[in-house]
Design a protein around this ligand. Structure first.
Ligand SMILES: Nc1ncnc2c1ncn2[C@@H]1O[C@H](COP(=O)(O)OP(=O)(O)O)[C@@H](O)[C@H]1O
Ligand SMILES: [Mg+2]
Length: 330
């Protein structure tokens, strides 16, 4: 059972996408192990940061948690319910309590719907609210996210990027959720607007005791907003802990490299980038070998030396190389 203040518990989660071959007889020749056995908790009212380079499996993690993909293996508990075991109506009843915000607020908002329609749609689907009740709620939501309620008849294209992201929040908040997966919510915005959206996230969290899974490739942003962080690499969690611990003693080369870059250490970044690339190439070679041997599905442990997930610790074959390089270059 989950602890009382744990809202979301992820245990041994895997999401493999089959690689299909053949025209008439379609068969899986291997698997993309987008998420490969990860575990973490998100507590009520907390921001849990999930950080890692592009393609490491962050978005897939968010989508599997919300059951937009059904997991290959593992458990996703929400408030004590294992979502992976729920179907149809049971799942539908929990849906309003967990929402998702996307990187591109334009692509995620239907351009043919007005702001009012966009925000009231979830209420229309999940509640019995009357039209006047919904209209009132829409205006309240707009005010809550810092938009003029008079904008309700406008379309998404009439807004700036930051304003569209605010509309996205209003829509996500319409059903009073407890948990929001924020997938790179500010990556597409100007720096000045980013700060405003981060402030909005904090204000909403305080007011509604919201828990966020905050996904980003940007360490600085995650550091500024997350209470705890997990660093993902090739489908696994390679480092996890309270934000300041992870950043004070960065052990995985991804964190070290990004951190070095922030301090203008381009040479160090290039050096560590090279190590990461070689490890990456090696990982893919192992994957290919396994796929061609036809046991892509059962080979779930991967190359244990490469990135064995260890909680509150770091696992990486190139850890020692990364560390000594870090010392040398300082
Ligand atoms: N629907 C899908 N089908 C097949 N492969 C996918 C799918 N979605 C993601 N992937 C693959 O899974 C890996 C992780 O992707 P993603 O979760 O989008 O990473 P991130 O969000 O960290 O950039 C990538 O290699 C990607 O190509
Ligand atoms: Mg992504």
């Amino acid at each position: 059972m989950a602890e009382n203040n744990t809202l979301v518990r992820v245990q041994g989660l895997k999401m493999y996408f089959p690689i299909m071959r053949g025209v008439l007889l379609r068969r899986a020749v291997g698997y993309v192990k987008a998420v490969d056995g990860i575990s973490f908790d998100v507590k009520r009212g907390e921001t849990f940061g999930l950080v890692g380079e592009s393609g490491c499996g962050k978005t897939t993690t968010g989508r599997v948690i919300l059951q937009l993909y059904r997991a290959t293996e593992g458990v996703v508990e929400f408030d004590g319910n294992d979502l992976t075991q729920l179907r149809g109506e049971e799942l539908r009843q929990l849906r309003p309590r967990m929402q998702m915000i996307f990187q591109d607020p334009y692509a995620s908002l239907n351009p043919r719907m007005t702001v009012s329609e966009l925000i009231s749609e979830p209420m229309l689907i999940h509640t019995r609210m009357t039209r006047p009740e919904r209209d009132k709620a829409v205006r309240e939501m707009l005010e809550l996210v810092g938009l003029n309620p008079k904008f309700e008849r406008r379309y998404p294209h009439e807004f700036s990027g930051g304003q569209r992201q605010r509309v996205g929040f209003a829509r996500a908040l319409a059903l009073n959720p407890q948990f929001i997966v924020c997938d790179e919510p500010i990556s597409a915005l100007d720096v000045s607007v980013q700060a405003q959206i981060v402030e909005l996230l904090r204000a909403l969290q305080r007011r509604y005791e919201l828990a966020y899974l905050f996904i980003s490739h940007d360490l600085a942003v995650v550091r500024s907003i997350a209470h705890r962080v997990a660093v993902m690499y090739l489908g696994r969690i390679v480092e996890e802990g309270p934000t300041e611990d992870v950043f004070r003693r960065p052990a995985h080369p991804y964190v070290v490299a990004e951190d070095g870059a922030k301090r203008g250490n381009a040479a160090l970044r290039r050096f560590l980038g090279g190590i990461l690339e070689r490890a990456d190439a090696r990982h893919r070679a192992v994957e290919r070998e396994r796929a061609s041997a036809g046991n892509g599905k059962t080979g779930t442990q991967g190359d244990a030396s490469l990135a064995e997930p260890v909680r509150n610790n770091t696992a990486c074959a190139i850890r020692s190389a990364g560390r000594s390089a870090f010392r040398r270059n300082r």
